[in-house]
Design a protein around this ligand. Structure first.
Ligand code: ADP
Length: 483
């Protein structure tokens, strides 16, 4: 439990506003629950609209100075933060497992992955370069310079309580921006622990504020503020659309990482074991609660039965339980609503003729067992809705064109995956999939050095990669005339 932290000061039940750790003047708090045990871990302040405004004003003042710092100065602070995160990885992982549920080994993995964005963007801070353009006018040259967007806001989800923060604030601070962030009310302690370490690393007062509490109180302050020039959000498409509407009045720049409905296609010519390993990694990571989790598994008829048999074997090996216990490979789902969605999707598919090839779904509190269904068809809910849980629905297909058509038959376009050993097919299918990310013979598409993001209703913008910092930069054209 939290009592086992090596550094208890990493566990904060306060908001962090304008460089001060504080309760809310409202006197109100929200409690935070351990999804594995149902126990209350602690509380967080329910910050008010006025407190959100204070954070925004402080961020604006801090940004005024930060934008004049050198890339090297900014990089040094980000690298100090990176080092502190890795030095405290055990505590950060413990906090994450207690509030989010994922097994400790996965939590450690996320902390490392999260930290990698700070290092990457510390490096990118040194490469914020413009260009010299030679227009069709003899007496003129045009220079472009890239400058920070300014004061920014972020709203982050509970499924990656650490990495969804670092991949927003890392590029923001590297670019010379400030940030006011509202972490998920379900997993605020990972965010607050990061802020403790950021303060120790030397982030200037006010540059980074964490406003905890109720989204409906805080969100509109962030979206309607003319000081906030940009909003970066990760979460559901529904809330993303709402934030986009709310941001229209101030024409904010937006980065939106929204829902997915990832296809995972296994062709007859795939290497079976590579596809099996990819499916396990993509489908069951974080108990299926990621926006890039394989949601629809399409398997060609020639390899179908062998793939299903191998999935059945592998899924039986999962050990579901409290992520703090040794040997547990799948933690609980985040809450009752998440459990209900898995149950509904399984029941819907079974009622329409799908067959359960794994052990049947077992539910115990927030714990659900992984389930593999075959004979799944496009009229079932799992075809059009993201399950966000450990349900693997297998659709059989016969030709490539059919697989591509079904894969693209969704308003979403975040991650996609396919497995083949035919190079021509790899290019053909890779280019035909209407997705922001395509995994070819891999089930993992997230890393700090590659752009992550979606097309269609999966969002706007990219995080990570060289593109990630551009989200926090404006391009200015300077026309040098009279030459
Ligand atoms: P999920 O379905 O993954 O919980 P949400 O989109 O509901 O995704 O939540 C992601 C983040 O958005 C969380 O920090 C949550 O508090 C926040 N959020 C939810 N509703 C709103 C809202 N109306 N305005 C602003 N933020 C919101």
């Amino acid at each position: 439990s939290i009592a086992n932290l090596a550094d208890p000061s990493l566990f904060r039940e306060q908001a962090y506003i304008a460089g001060e750790w504080m309760a809310s003047a409202s006197g109100k708090t929200l409690s935070v629950t351990n999804p594995a045990t149902g126990e209350t871990i602690g509380t967080i302040p329910a910050c008010t609209a006025a407190e959100t405004q204070r954070a925004i004003e402080a961020a604006d003042r801090a940004q005024g100075k930060w934008k004049t710092s050198s890339p090297g100065e900014r990089a040094d602070i980000l690298m100090a933060w990176y080092d502190l995160i890795l030095a405290n990885i055990d505590d950060l992982a413990l906090i994450m497992t207690v509030e989010q549920g994922k097994p400790l080994a996965e939590a450690r993995g996320e902390v490392k992955y999260g930290a990698s964005f700070l290092k990457w963007f510390a490096e990118e801070a040194r490469r914020i370069n413009g260009a010299v353009i030679t227009p069709n006018q003899k007496d003129r040259r045009v220079l472009t310079v890239k400058q920070p967007v300014g004061t920014t806001a972020a709203i982050t989800p509970w499924n990656f309580p650490n990495a969804m923060i670092t991949r927003k604030c890392g590029p923001a601070f590297a670019a010379g921006c400030s940030m006011v962030l509202k972490p998920s009310e379900l997993t605020p302690y990972s965010a607050l622990a990061l802020a403790v370490l950021g303060e120790r690393a030397g982030l200037p007062k006010g540059l980074f504020s964490l406003v905890t509490g109720d989204a409906k109180e805080i969100g509109p302050e962030l979206t309607s503020s003319p000081i906030v020039r940009k909003l970066s959000f990760t979460g559901s498409t529904h809330v993303g659309a709402l934030l986009m509407r709310q941001s229209a009045g101030t024409i904010k720049r937006l980065s939106l990482e929204l829902g997915g409905n990832a296809p995972f296609i296994v062709f007859d010519d795939a290497d079976l074991e590579t596809a099996v390993a990819g499916a396990l990694a993509s489908k069951f990571r974080n108990a299926g609660q990621t926006c890039v989790c394989a949601n629809r598994i399409f398997v060609q008829d020639g390899i179908h039965d062998r793939f299903v048999a191998r999935m059945k074997e592998e899924v039986a090996k999962f050990k579901v339980g409290n992520g703090l216990e040794d040997g547990v490979t799948m933690g609980p789902l985040i809450n009752e609503a998440a459990v209900k969605k898995v149950r509904d999707h399984v029941e819907d598919a079974l009622s329409k003729g799908a067959i359960c090839v794994s052990a049947p779904l077992e539910i115990n509190g927030n714990f659900v067992t992984p389930v593999v269904l075959e004979g799944v068809t496009t009229d079932m809910r799992v075809f059009s809705e993201e399950t966000f849980g450990p349900l693997m629905p297998i659709f059989k297909f016969s030709d490539e064109a059919e697989a591509i058509r079904k894969a693209n038959d969704t308003p979403f376009g975040l991650a996609s995956y396919f497995f083949t050993s035919d190079m021509a097919r790899a290019w053909r299918v890779g280019e035909a999939l209407e997705y922001g990310m395509v995994g070819v013979n891999t089930g993992l598409v997230s890393m700090e050095s590659a752009p992550f993001g979606g097309v269609k209703q999966s969002g706007l913008g990219r995080e990570g990669g060289a593109e990630g910092i551009d989200e926090f930069l404006e391009v200015k054209a300077m026309h040098m005339a009279g030459l």
